[in-house]
Design a protein around this ligand. Structure first.
Ligand code: NAD
Ligand code: MG
Length: 392
């Protein structure tokens, strides 16, 4: 029996994790499940998986969750601190499928108890990569990538030394607007940005795919997780989304990871690591697929990629500022306050203003420094967004 906790259990990643666990219920004991406002799904999952603890991150929903699970013997709690306590509970394997910088503190809690953390929450590494990797080493924790590209690289590296790696190529689907004329992007709606051509994911990451902010976060995640010089990280647009990443070695060989666009592969690989077990994913028929295509990303279409380069070069807290500004810009776009292309302009402006303040020179010492920078960046972003709105 392995003890499992799922942070963000009601989201796209969390549900797919529980789907895998439900296929072999005798192998797992569910310790903690956390979620947000969707108490119907959280309570149902807690009952189905006989979780010991169910937590919502919203303190005001404490009584509601308690009432729903009354008589089941399942412990309940609410609020960000309760999510952290859930992360601290001993478990053999914990996945973080929380969306946004909110995943950072609970992820670090898992690391600091020396646990195994399967990390879908890319923001953890974007905001605080050096701190996170330092803590993993200090506490003997295990960090397993769940983002499909990073899982692909991780798998291509089995049995290899990083010294033999010349480059990492991260593929990008190109998102919802990859074939749109650039002039039309300014008028793109939230609804249009919320449908992905290949992947079925949460709304925020789907919109981030259309703007390529998702890929930008993933480039930074690659740098932090694999400790590779950013100049050796490449991006290529691959509309079929079947090759998730490639690793180029010093002898010129490229190892590609090919698989269906189904996150249960990356989640399942992390769940069974270092073994491989059968997974309920489609087996690709390459002859039927016929061809795989690649093209260079157009930086005019995807300014987020250019910004990611500058963030990687700056290092320090630039990733934290970048992510916080991106989260605010995304909220503002979803709420109809700014337009699609304004998101990149807002993030660039926040990065410029905060690098001017010298904030980025702060050393990556502790979680509080990161969280303070996150808050400061959100204040600056709110100001920038108001300016953009005022201009109409
Ligand atoms: P989602 O929106 O579907 O689910 C997010 C989960 O986090 C929900 O359970 C929600 O209740 C919880 N949550 C939201 N705000 C929270 C907060 N402030 N505190 C605690 N919990 C909170 O998101 P998703 O698509 O499953 O993505 C989750 C993470 O995984 C993101 O970082 C995303 O970038 C990454 N990821 C997702 C996919 C995918 O296929 N969905 C693929 C790769 C990486
Ligand atoms: Mg990804």
């Amino acid at each position: 029996m392995r003890r499992i906790s799922v942070l963000g259990a009601t989201g796209s990643i969390g549900r797919q994790t529980l789907d895998l666990i439900a296929r072999a219920p005798d192998d797992y004991e569910v310790v903690a499940l956390t979620g947000g406002r969707n108490l119907d799904d959280l309570a149902a999952a807690a009952v189905e998986h006989r979780a010991a603890l169910a937590v919502t991150c919203h303190p005001e929903l404490a009584d509601d969750l308690k009432d729903r699970l009354a008589g089941t013997g399942i412990e309940t709690a609410a609020g960000p601190e309760a999510v952290r306590e859930a992360a601290m509970r001993p478990a053999d394997w914990t996945i973080s499928g929380i969306v946004g910088a909110a995943g950072l503190a609970p992820g670090l809690d898992v690391i600091r108890r020396g646990g195994t953390l399967a990390l879908a929450n890319k923001e953890t590494l974007v905001c605080a990569g050096p701190l996170v990797m330092q803590e993993v080493a200090a506490h003997g924790a295990t960090l397993l990538p769940v983002d499909s590209e990073h899982s692909a690289v991780f798998q291509a590296l089995v049995g290899e030394e990083m010294s033999a790696v010349e480059r990492i190529v991260i593929t990008a689907s190109g998102g919802a607007f990859r074939d749109w004329p650039i002039e039309d992007l300014a008028a793109a709606t939230v609804e249009q940005a919320s449908s992905h051509p290949n992947w079925d994911m949460g709304q925020r990451i789907t919109i981030d795919s259309a703007s390529m902010f998702n890929k930008a976060l993933e480039l930074i995640e690659t740098k932090e997780f694999f400790g590779i010089d950013p100049a050796r990280i490449e991006t290529v647009v691959h509309p079929e989304s079947l090759i998730h990443a490639l690793v180029g070695f010093t002898d010129g060989a490229l190892m590609a990871h090919v698989g269906p666009a189904d996150m249960r592969h990356a989640i399942g690989y992390a769940l069974h690591w270092p073994d491989r077990r059968p997974l309920p994913v489609e087996r690709l028929d390459l002859a039927k697929i016929g061809q795989l295509t690649f093209r260079e990303p157009d930086l005019r279409r995807y300014p987020a990629l250019r910004l990611a380069r500058s963030v990687m070069d700056q290092g320090g807290l630039a990733g934290c500022v970048f992510n916080a500004a991106k989260e605010c810009a995304l909220d503002a776009f979803i709420e109809g306050r700014i337009r699609f292309l304004d998101m990149a302009a807002v993030v660039e402006d926040v990065l410029t203003r905060m690098s001017g303040q010298g904030t980025l020179q702060m050393t990556m010492t502790d979680l509080d420094t990161v969280l303070d920078t996150d808050r400061a960046a959100r204040t600056v972003a709110a100001e920038v967004i108001r300016t953009v709105q005022a201009k109409g």
